[in-house]
Design a binder for this molecule. Structure first.
Ligand code: CTP
Length: 397
């Protein structure tokens, strides 16, 4: 896990989103981070230190004068070996305190006294009117220009019953953001287009032809490229996956829609990664009515070939750096190498298709013009980071 071994100071300030901070603490610990929780007095109105202590496995600090730190320097000691301080939830009032360099409780003093090398990230959580108030807007701008990273807030229904911007990011998204924060920015300044998932080719209004691709590998690559600093567009066939944070999503259904979306975006891209399992064939004339059984004879379906998106992009006069995927059921090494040459692309990633669809891990082989290189079995997230590093290295040389 990318957060393994990271030392995170997790600060909680007053807000109903404190209940989500419990889940966040748990997620951080599960990801292998060590978590030191510090709470303000207001946060204690919403959740007890006992809960956070149990979840983080460490005593929680709330008081500047805590006698457990022998030199009475909790505000100094707690951040000296930290990798980051994350305030979640961060109230409007705590944002104000950060802007003004307040030091009137343990958490604010600790933020002020943290070494400049320890990054501070805040996840604001408040009522929509509070967030949109010019005073908060000013404070948010000031925090950004002070080098503090704001994560969210996001829009949605609020605990107070109102709807709008102000909800704290969900714990899972905060974990994703934190992981991205620590990733080396190998693709900073690049625009990357990824296709992912299956396509669905209709037969009639209720039936169609599709495949077992879950989209997991493509989404993991989009997430990894974004974490590496790229501006990512993800053209996705129908999947059950949540959109990765910070990625522009273009949902499509059929291969022709995927083709149209890719071709309208491709001119601006430096890298194209075709992970989608695109249907090679579509039904020539999908019926506009549901096809009935009638006399029991099977419907006569005629097929037409879909455009080969990757081959078409690779054949452009000035193509982006193209990466293809090959799902093979046998003879991966021969088919992979041949497919890379046929599609005329610099890098092809081979996997044993039917064994990887829907799974969380995978085993890959990279094919380029110097040979083939196995990437041993690992989680799709890890492989995606590795692949992004391989691509970054190749486009730099
Ligand atoms: N691909 C594409 N458009 C298609 C078919 C495939 O962009 N119409 C891309 C896939 O996203 C993948 C690569 O081409 O990156 C290889 O896909 P695959 O289905 O393995 O290869 P095919 O070209 O369809 O060859 P075959 O089915 O004969 O193995």
């Amino acid at each position: 896990m990318k957060l393994a071994g990271k030392r995170i100071v997790l600060g909680l300030t007053g807000g109903i989103a404190c209940y989500k901070a419990a889940e966040l603490a748990r997620g951080l610990v599960k990801a292998g981070a060590s978590v030191q929780v510090v709470m303000t007095e207001a946060a204690r109105q919403f959740i007890t230190p006992v809960t956070l202590q149990a979840l983080s496995g460490r005593p929680v600090f709330t008081d500047q004068w805590d006698s457990r730190i022998s030199n009475n320097m909790a505000h100094i000691d707690l951040t000296r070996d930290a990798d980051a301080v994350l305030i979640a939830p961060c109230s409007a009032d705590f944002m104000r305190k950060l802007v003004h360099g307040a030091a009137d409780d343990l958490l604010s003093t600790l933020c002020l006294a943290r070494p400049a090398t320890v990054p501070l990230l805040v996840a604001p959580a408040m009522n929509v009117e509070m967030w949109e108030n010019p005073a908060t807007r000013r404070n948010a701008d000031q925090l950004r220009s002070d080098g503090i990273t704001l994560l969210g807030p996001v829009a949605g229904e609020q605990a107070c019953g109102e709807t709008g911007l102000g909800r704290m990011m969900e714990p899972e998204s905060l974990l994703e953001e934190l992981q991205a924060f620590f990733q080396p920015k190998l693709l900073r300044g690049s625009r990357v287009l990824v296709t992912a998932g299956p396509t669905f080719e209709p037969i009639d209004p209720v039936r169609g032809i599709t495949n077992l691709s879950s989209g997991k590998m493509g989404y993991a690559i989009a997430r990894a490229a974004r974490s590496a600093g790229a501006e990512v567009t993800l053209v996705s066939g129908p999947t059950a996956l949540a959109a990765p944070n910070g990625v522009r999503m273009l949902p499509v259904t059929t291969a022709r829609e995927m083709h149209a979306a890719v071709m309208s975006e491709i001119a601006a891209q430096q890298v194209f990664i075709a992970v989608a399992a695109v249907a090679d064939w579509r039904v020539s004339e999908a019926s506009s009515q549901k096809i009935k059984k009638q006399d029991g004879s099977p419907p006569a379906l005629a097929f037409e070939q879909n455009p080969d998106i990757l081959a078409e992009v690779a054949a452009l006069p000035a193509p982006p750096y193209c990466v293809g995927f090959a799902a093979e059921s046998e003879h991966l090494l021969e088919h992979g190498a041949a497919k890379r040459r046929r599609k005329n692309i610099p890098l092809l990633v081979g996997n044993i298709g039917h064994q990887t669809f829907g799974k969380d891990d995978n085993e890959l082989v990279l094919f380029d013009d110097t040979g083939h290189y196995p990437l041993p079995r690992a989680g799709k997230d890890m492989l995606a980071d590795r692949l992004v590093a391989e691509i970054a290295q190749r486009i730099r040389t």
